[in-house]
Ligand binder design. Structure first.
Ligand SMILES: [Zn+2]
Length: 272
């Protein structure tokens, strides 16, 4: 089976927030500007997009912003006046229409906010447990940063997985529940034609390099003790080590731009 032939990291915005959001128990009061990532993967059959960034309407409309982003300590930052996903794809030389499938790591608003762009167009991969939590009655999902406004469009063609599943040639979604009830990370194997090897994209199973290196719990978890998130970090480290792949944290202010530069140097030509 063929592997992935190109990786394009996207930066779809940033979040200004306290370190305690990413490192459980941190009391330093340190503020970070964390990147909001997406990843384009060139697979057999077309481009697969991992995660979709913010729902810009909920940020730009003052009333909606008050409702959805009222916490002054955690504030979204958009890269420009347009749709971040469209602008990032244009920057990579990829048409929106060339994205043949989408997968979301989880339903937090900085990952699921762009799903509306794909409703009725392409399949969207998610863990069944994540969608069930997001669609549950009551205020709890929204209180935990999961907004029905991002993913409630009935035209979305969900592809729901129950645990680890190959979602494209060279791409396996692995269930890393804890940060959210159905969080998934992605194991990406590169095709031999581009040198082989690969990456494990932790997404929010490990926000920062520090979560991975020091094995410290992430600050956000739903329905589990924080130690559960450490167990998932260790599992991802094992998966990566077994394959000789690199484990990439989801929101690291240093590692993400470094990976972006590295991939741009590796695949310098505009994609078609
Ligand atoms: Zn998250």
């Amino acid at each position: 089976m063929g592997g992935v032939r190109r990786i394009v990291p996207l930066t779809l915005g940033w979040a200004d927030l306290p370190l305690s959001v990413s490192v459980h128990g941190d009391t330093s009061g340190t503020m970070l500007r964390e990147p909001v990532p997406g990843v384009l993967l060139l697979c057999d059959g077309g481009w697969l997009l991992l995660d979709t960034g913010y729902n810009t309407a909920l940020i730009r409309d003052p009333a909606l912003r008050r409702r959805y982003h009222g916490d002054p300590l955690v504030q979204p930052v958009l890269p420009g006046p347009g749709e971040p996903l469209e602008e990032a794809l244009a920057g990579a030389g990829v048409d929106l229409a060339a994205v043949h499938a989408v997968a979301v790591s989880h339903l937090h608003y900085d990952h699921a906010g762009g799903l509306g762009l794909f409703a009725g167009r392409v399949p969207v991969h998610i863990q069944r447990a994540e969608l069930a939590y997001g669609m549950a009655d009551g205020p709890e999902p929204e209180q935990n940063g999961i907004f029905r406004a991002d993913f409630g469009d009935p035209r979305i063609s969900w592809r729901q997985a129950d645990g680890d599943e190959v979602i494209a040639p060279g791409v396996t979604a692995v269930l890393t529940a804890g940060h959210t009830p159905g969080h998934q990370s992605f194991v990406v194997g590169l095709d031999a034609s581009v040198g082989g090897g690969g990456f494990v994209f932790a997404s929010d199973a490990a926000d920062l390099t520090r979560n991975i290196e020091d094995e410290v719990a992430v600050g956000g978890f739903i329905g589990v003790p924080p130690e559960q998130t450490i167990a998932q970090i260790r599992r991802l480290k094992r998966l990566a080590a077994e394959r000789g792949y690199r484990l990439i944290p989801g929101h690291d202010p240093v590692a993400w731009p470094a990976l972006t530069r590295e991939m741009a140097a590796r695949w310098p030509r505009p994609a078609r």
